[in-house]
Design a protein around this ligand. Structure first.
Ligand SMILES: Cc1cc2nc3c(=O)[nH]c(=O)nc-3n(C[C@H](O)[C@H](O)[C@H](O)COP(=O)(O)OP(=O)(O)OC[C@H]3O[C@@H](n4cnc5c(N)ncnc54)[C@H](O)[C@@H]3O)c2cc1C
Length: 493
């Protein structure tokens, strides 16, 4: 039976809007970063039972389901690979969660919310705002709650509130075992200590193991006030010393974002004139967006900036309203895209080593790709750095540079600095080779066992995920892996 007939059978079991085929699927095949993929079809179940029907269908039809939420993931795991008949003959079907839109049901007394996996973070926060509550995860995209579970979203306010995992109370999810089991751990209880949690094992699993259909999270009070400033540390070590000082003095820090000169220039390049805190002067080698949240934080921020200046940590600071201060920070991605072809690496090291790592990484880039520039920025408060290598004016990352550069920088991160090859974007075909290289045998075996129990046929997740069920493709040669290289532009930090 051909795929068309199989899909017709599926559509008859679901509804007319549930199965999409033919033209118009580009949106589902185009990732936020990396080469476009090729979905053979898109299925859009509208509730838990429809998800079960789709998963059962995929088992029978021999199809691979790639779950997709807002498709803002940056490691290539939310869209099927480009068509490679030599490598993967199974039909590649996007399972879009965009119709899983239950809720949000906000409980202002318990400070919790329950939502369908396809609901966006902004939609949840709009509903929560009516109760002066929020899920305090802040990033330059608007992900779905299911995608946030699958990638364990971090973001700029992680320094104060933690990542998605820190707010997750439970999920409901559909596995691809022979019963198409429902994992039902959807609870809003905070105190619920009842043994191992499958919910936690689905965090960061990137669509392998099970399809998340519903999510329960804890919420926090929206702070009364936020105060922000851009400051210029005297040097890299001072940027770290300043965050340590602020914490030691109990300042209610909610973000500490460090931006390198080239990244700041890139953001300036696409901003409205006059929005720049440094008035068009040459970009400082490092600048920091610092944010405090809570009561009377405007006065507190001014006092802290004076103290940091008196202690010789900073040489300049400009207080700006939060919207204005953040608009510069949030323009970096767009600015880098406009500047040229970007190879983006999302890494972390212990934060005391960030400056030394930055110096060493620039040396590595200068050796491997002397024609490129480094435009780095990131969540330094949490040890994170988006290390972007930019070919100014280029359309594409030169294929002959990509693999060597990725390997050299990540070897430095992991081997020399004890850092992570994926600070917050999770694991996908772009970096699967590094998961394979660095994971311990105990973890690998346990996850293989889990995959065999929850998805023995390998129905769920991008085929480039290294810990999915079923027969594994050779990770190092899969299209889009760091080692294999997709040869495509990576135009997003
Ligand atoms: C401009 C920009 C800025 C960003 N900034 C940050 C940042 O600061 N911090 C950060 O952590 N990330 C950041 N990201 C990355 C991205 O937004 C997050 O990884 C986000 O959590 C992905 O959610 P999504 O709904 O878009 O998931 P998708 O991209 O649709 O999917 C991501 C992964 O989750 C799986 N998945 C999706 N839904 C489900 C489901 N219901 N069940 C099972 N698996 C599922 C997919 O198969 C895939 O493996 C940024 C992205 C962009 C474009």
């Amino acid at each position: 039976v051909g795929l068309d007939a199989e899909l017709e059978r599926l559509a008859a079991d679901l509804d007319a809007a549930a199965v999409l085929r033919g033209g118009g699927l580009d949106r589902y095949g185009t990732p936020a970063r990396g080469a476009p993929g090729h979905p053979d079809a898109v299925v859009r179940p509208a509730d838990l039972e429809q998800v079960r029907t789709v998963v059962a269908w995929a088992r029978g039809a021999g199809a691979v389901l790639v779950p997709q939420g807002a498709n803002s993931g940056l490691v290539g795991a939310s869209t099927p690979p480009p068509r490679r008949p030599d490598r993967e003959a199974r039909p590649m079907v996007v399972l879009s969660t965009e119709r899983l839109r239950a809720g949000p049901v906000v409980d202002p007394v318990a400070r919790t919310a329950v939502v369908g996996a396809g609901v966006r973070l902004s939609e949840l926060n709009e509903e929560a705002a009516a109760h002066r509550l929020e899920l305090p995860i802040d990033l330059g995209a608007d992900p779905s709650l299911g995608g946030m579970v699958a990638t364990n979203t971090g973001g700029s306010r992680m320094i104060a509130h933690g990542d998605l995992r820190a707010h997750l109370l439970g999920v409901r999810a559909v596995a691809a075992d022979d019963r198409v089991s429902v994992v039902d751990e959807l609870t809003t209880l905070r105190k619920h200590n009842v043994g191992p949690s499958l919910t936690q094992l689905l965090v960061g699993a990137g669509g392998a193991f099970a399809v998340v259909t519903d999510v329960a999270v804890s919420l926090e009070r929206v702070p009364r006030e936020r105060a922000t400033a851009w400051m210029v540390p005297v040097d890299g070590p001072a940027a770290i010393a300043a965050v340590v000082d602020l914490e030691a003095r109990g300042a209610p820090l909610s973000a500490y974002e460090v931006v390198g000169a080239h990244a700041l220039e890139a953001a300036r390049g696409v901003g409205p004139p006059g929005a720049d805190p440094f008035g068009g002067a040459p970009a400082p080698e490092l600048s920091v967006l610092v944010e405090l949240s809570g009561d009377d934080v405007a006065e507190r921020l001014t006092a802290e900036l004076e103290r940091l200046a008196a202690d010789g940590r900073i040489r300049d600071a400009v207080v700006q309203p939060p919207t204005r201060a953040w608009s510069l920070r949030h323009r970096i991605t767009e600015g880098l895209r406009a500047r040229g072809a970007v190879l983006g690496l999302d890494v972390s090291v212990p934060r005391g080593s960030l400056d030394a790592f930055r110096v060493a990484a620039r040396r590595v880039v200068a050796r491997v790709a002397p024609e490129a520039e480094v435009a780095d920025f990131g969540h330094w408060g949490d040890g994170g750095m988006h290390l972007n290598v930019v070919w100014v004016g280029g359309d594409e990352v030169p294929a002959h540079r990509r693999a060597e550069l990725v390997d050299a920088v990540l070897a430095l991160v992991v081997g020399d600095f004890g850092g992570s090859f994926s600070a917050e974007h999770g694991v996908g075909p772009h970096n699967a080779a590094w998961w394979d290289r660095t994971v311990g045998d105990g973890t690998r075996l346990a996850l293989q066992g889990l995959a065999a129990a929850l998805d023995p046929l390998g129905v769920l997740g991008h085929p480039g995920l290294p810990y999915r069920g079923g027969p594994a493709p050779p990770a190092a040669t899969h299209p889009g892996t760091a080692a294999g290289g997709s040869g495509s532009p990576n135009n997003d930090p």
